[in-house]
Ligand binder design. Structure first.
Ligand code: SF4
Length: 270
């Protein structure tokens, strides 16, 4: 029998990405709820990197809300430097609607999805809508990585589907773009366009994945493990009886930790 309670679960980009990486990892986190404490299996340096990203996201949120709080963050600290770079990159302008840390949910046809946008930028006068996402990793992935990334697929899909009340009149999917920006590379904008055709493809893709997950029986997750991702996985002691190997923090780890901190995805809704 499929895992019944997942029918009420809102899938985030991290949950879907976890499933795509290893279904057993997904089962451990979201069904068995085997949660490790913040900082587990991280070196001090890695933990500091994760915390820096979290502070930056908080500062960015307050900046776009118009709440000045940067003076509480140590001058000269990396998080403060990140904020200064963000202000240079995206100065707040009159006439633009900024919605930071904005969450939207989609619930249709038995498919439940959620997105928490770092920033929605809505310029109704010029019909421009941008989803901004802040990255803070040391490495800057290629545009092709972000084009295929589940976060891009999910975020653009959800905004077009359920963002109507925020979007300009006569809005079309082609008016939307998503921009990834990393204060470590302030000159680089990774911009992903959108279209009606892409929207339909994204819908098909998301529906297929969710349908696949909802049909899985509990035991089947363990049969679908890819086997080549275990060396750095936190569940390795359970699956293989060995400690995970030390490896550099990648952007997905930073996203996961932000997500994990909020524990938003662990909630189930009626
Ligand atoms: S150790 Fe391997 S099989 Fe087990 S959850 Fe992690 S990636 Fe999946």
């Amino acid at each position: 029998m499929a895992v019944k309670e997942l029918e009420k679960f809102y899938f985030s980009q991290t949950a879907i990405k976890t499933y795509l990486t290893c279904p057993l990892d997904f089962r451990s986190r979201y069904i068995d709820k085997l949660i490790w404490p913040s900082g587990y299996n991280k070196t001090e340096k890695q933990q500091a990197q994760i915390e820096r990203g979290q502070v930056f996201h908080t500062l960015a949120n307050r900046y776009f809300l118009g709440i000045g709080s940067q003076e509480k963050v140590e001058a000269g600290s990396e998080a403060r430097d990140y904020l200064e770079r963000l202000k240079d990159y995206l100065p707040v302008e009159a006439g633009i609607r900024y919605l930071p840390e904005y969450e939207l949910r989609y619930n249709q046809d038995g498919v439940r999805l959620m997105a928490k946008f770092d920033l929605l930028y809505i310029d109704s006068e010029n019909g421009e809508v941008i989803i901004y996402d802040w990255k803070t990793g040391d490495n800057q992935p290629e545009t092709s990585y972000y084009q295929k990334d589940i976060q891009t697929i999910l975020y653009q899909f959800i905004l077009v589907e359920v963002g109507e009340r925020y979007l300009p009149a006569d809005f079309k999917p082609g008016d939307l773009k998503m921009i990834y920006w990393n204060p470590n590379y302030p000159e680089i904008e990774v911009e992903i366009e959108y279209s009606k055709k892409q929207h339909q493809e994204n819908k098909n893709y998301l529906y297929n994945i969710i349908e696949e997950i909802l049909e899985l029986e509990y035991a089947e997750y363990a049969e679908l493990t890819p086997g080549d991702k275990c060396y750095r996985c936190n569940y390795r002691p359970i699956c293989e009886g060995e400690q995970p190997e030390e490896s550099p923090v990648v952007e997905d780890d930073l996203d996961l930790d932000l997500d994990w901190e909020m524990l938003e995805e662990i909630k189930f809704y009626n």
